[in-house]
Design a protein around this ligand. Structure first.
Ligand SMILES: [Zn+2]
Ligand SMILES: [Zn+2]
Length: 344
């Protein structure tokens, strides 16, 4: 089968033929139809310091996907050939403290597809049946199923805060930030404010339902949020960028007693004024990693099936598998929404 492989401990990805996997006990074999490309794949391609410390080539990359089950291994029940599915890409141990207390998204022994084992940028992938979620017979199309991983990050970020009747400030309008805008609207936020430095991304945030967009390059972000919230600050701030200046804006723009959800990952340490940015404001800070297993997935499925939320405007680029370098270039440009691969 064709696959996109990280072959060597050096920059670059290779499109090549590799053996088709077969499902072991408890696993399913999935023919991949659509796959999402994200910043993590870019880091692996570019062989940045994180990738150098984590990735062991050769490995098939890619962790966001949806497709059709082709066959199932021994002991698999409830799933069968022909089912359209996606999957949680974090494979967890099931026995650590976190797994046993309903917090598998922070399992200490997490292995990620396309990072720690072969991934989804291929014609086929095997997955543990426990990680697989059906797309309700295609009610959720595979192009949407393929981005339920990053969309799930946005659902996790937004829905772990109290949204109905709240003012919500989304910091950073990359694909996950744009998803978060639409989810906050669907979940009943009264006012959604979004900031970014890129006008194209701000336009996408407006399409997804942002009431107010702020260009952080030209406008005073904190002043605008205060003006839009009766000088109180936003009830909930979702920080999706990881940019140090934006992180400080997030803490400055949250109201006293509000909540800051942190998803964006800074490159290194960010100095903070803990007393004034957190303690004296009495705020709650929540770190978002992955998707709650499987609460986030079930909430997301219901929002999608119920028609409350449609992520498709955020998908701006589609490429065939062999054009992975064009897909990565689109992400690198900074103008793209979600970029996906079509594997048919
Ligand atoms: Zn991703
Ligand atoms: Zn665990």
């Amino acid at each position: 089968m064709q696959a996109i492989v990280k072959e060597k401990r050096a920059p670059g990805l290779t499109v090549k033929s590799v053996p088709k996997p077969s499902p072991g006990p408890g696993e399913v074999l999935i023919a991949v139809r659509h796959a999402g490309v994200c910043g993590t794949d870019l880091h692996i391609a570019d062989w940045n310091p994180w990738a150098q410390g984590r990735i062991n080539p050769p490995i098939v990359v890619g962790h966001e996907f949806a497709g059709e089950i082709e066959s199932v291994g021994d002991g698999v029940t409830g799933l069968r050939a022909g089912h359209l599915v996606t999957a949680e890409g974090h494979i967890v141990c099931g026995h650590c403290l976190q797994c046993r207390t309903g917090n598998s998204h922070i399992c200490q022994n997490t292995r990620i597809i396309g990072v720690d084992r072969d991934g989804a940028f291929a014609e086929y992938i095997t997955m543990p049946a426990t990680n697989v979620l059906t797309l309700d017979g295609g009610t959720i199309p595979t192009e949407v199923g393929a981005i339920m991983d990053p969309m799930g990050n946005a659902f996790h970020t937004v829905l772990t805060a109290e949204i109905p009747g709240s003012t919500v400030f989304i910091v950073g309008c990359g694909p996950i930030g744009c998803f978060a805008v639409g989810i906050a609207r669907a979940a009943g936020a009264t006012k959604v404010i979004a900031s970014d430095v890129n006008p194209k991304r701000l336009a996408l945030a407006a399409t997804m339902g942002a009431h107010v967009t702020i260009n952080a390059k030209t406008d005073d972000v904190v002043k605008t949020v205060l003006a839009e919230t009766d000088e109180e600050g936003a009830d909930v701030v979702c920080e999706m960028s990881g940019v140090p200046s934006a992180l400080h804006q997030a803490f400055a723009a949250v109201r006293m007693g509000g909540r800051v959800q942190l998803l964006g990952i800074p490159d290194g340490a960010v100095p903070m004024d803990f007393a004034n940015e957190i303690i004296f404001k009495g705020i709650t800070v929540y770190g978002v990693i992955g998707r709650k297993m499987y609460q986030t997935w079930h909430q997301m499925r219901r929002f999608l099936i119920g028609g409350q939320f449609d992520p498709r405007p955020v998908i701006t680029h589609k490429f065939p598998l062999a054009k992975i370098n064009d897909a990565l270039a689109a992400i690198r440009s900074g103008d793209a929404g979600k970029v996906i691969l079509e594997i048919v």
